[in-house]
Ligand binder design. Structure first.
Ligand SMILES: N[C@@H](CCC(=O)N[C@@H](CS)C(=O)NCC(=O)O)C(=O)O
Length: 243
């Protein structure tokens, strides 16, 4: 049995997709991030950076449970454990790893920062919003170009790279989509292909169940939001350059 510490957020959806595709037994432990549950000392023992997702694999009763944090590390752990959803030959695996790194180093952070300034920051951040919007568009263009030459973002077969990329691409196509239906045809077709998979439907149901247990942004205590976003009294000073 695998325990997944989870919120209803894109980085967690990646893991739910993998667990469902790999048909692994799991239980979900909700971590209410907008109520500050990720900062509890017991959770930080599992997740030093105080973020979900985290898994604890209790599969081997003879061994200590295995704890893994960071979504890409979890996906690689699950792919190695099951021998599935990651290419076996070295050249294809290297190709997949590069696209996995693009997801965790660029797509997640840039899309996340855009969403922060677009949705959560006070007004007056036009520079930041425009900068991150440009980064998002460049990355969506990159994915569109990739899918013109490859069936899947990771390579020839559906795998953990597509699971990592799908939750972010799906929400940004929805957000950017209303005026631009004709844009990103390959990316839209790829999103539909993944959305139509039975395992994706099961992961969506698990995400919706989690969402019902999370504090919504509008219901969050202002102090908790400040802590999550590192602002107000939680904005840290160091000896580094001042803003
Ligand atoms: N690089 C991390 C990012 C994880 C992450 O940002 N998780 C968010 C939810 S999607 C979180 O826990 N946020 C709470 C916080 O930042 O305090 C990963 O890929 O696992």
């Amino acid at each position: 049995m695998i325990t997944v510490y989870a919120a209803s957020s894109p980085n967690v959806v990646k893991i739910l997709l993998a667990l469902e595709e790999m048909e692994l037994a799991y239980e979900v432990k909700p971590v209410d991030v907008l109520a500050g549950a990720q900062f509890e000392p017991d959770f930080r023992k599992l997740s030093p950076n105080a973020k979900v997702p985290v898994i604890v694999d209790h599969a081997d009763a003879q061994q200590e449970p295995v704890t893994v944090f960071e979504s890409a590390a979890i996906l690689l752990y699950l792919a190695n454990k099951t021998g599935s959803f990651l290419q076996r030959d070295e050249a294809s695996r290297l190709e997949e790893l590069q696209w996995l790194m693009i997801q965790v180093s660029s797509i997640g952070p840039m899309f996340g920062q855009f969403m922060h300034f677009y949705r959560f920051a006070p007004s007056g951040n036009d520079y930041a919003t425009a900068r991150y919007r440009t980064q998002v568009v460049l990355l969506l263009d990159l994915l569109e170009a990739r899918l013109a030459h490859s069936s899947w973002v990771g390579g020839a077969d559906y795998g953990i790279v597509d699971m990592a990329t799908f939750p972010w691409a799906r929400s940004f196509l929805n957000l950017f989509g209303s005026n631009e239906e004709e844009n990103y045809p390959k990316l839209r077709e790829w999103v539909t292909r993944i959305a139509d998979r039975p395992a994706t439907a099961r992961a969506n149901a698990a995400t919706e169940a989690l969402a019902r247990q999370m504090t919504a942004p509008q219901d969050s205590q202002p102090e908790n939001l400040d802590r999550v976003f590192g602002r107000g009294v939680y904005a840290l000073q160091s000896s580094g350059p001042a803003g």
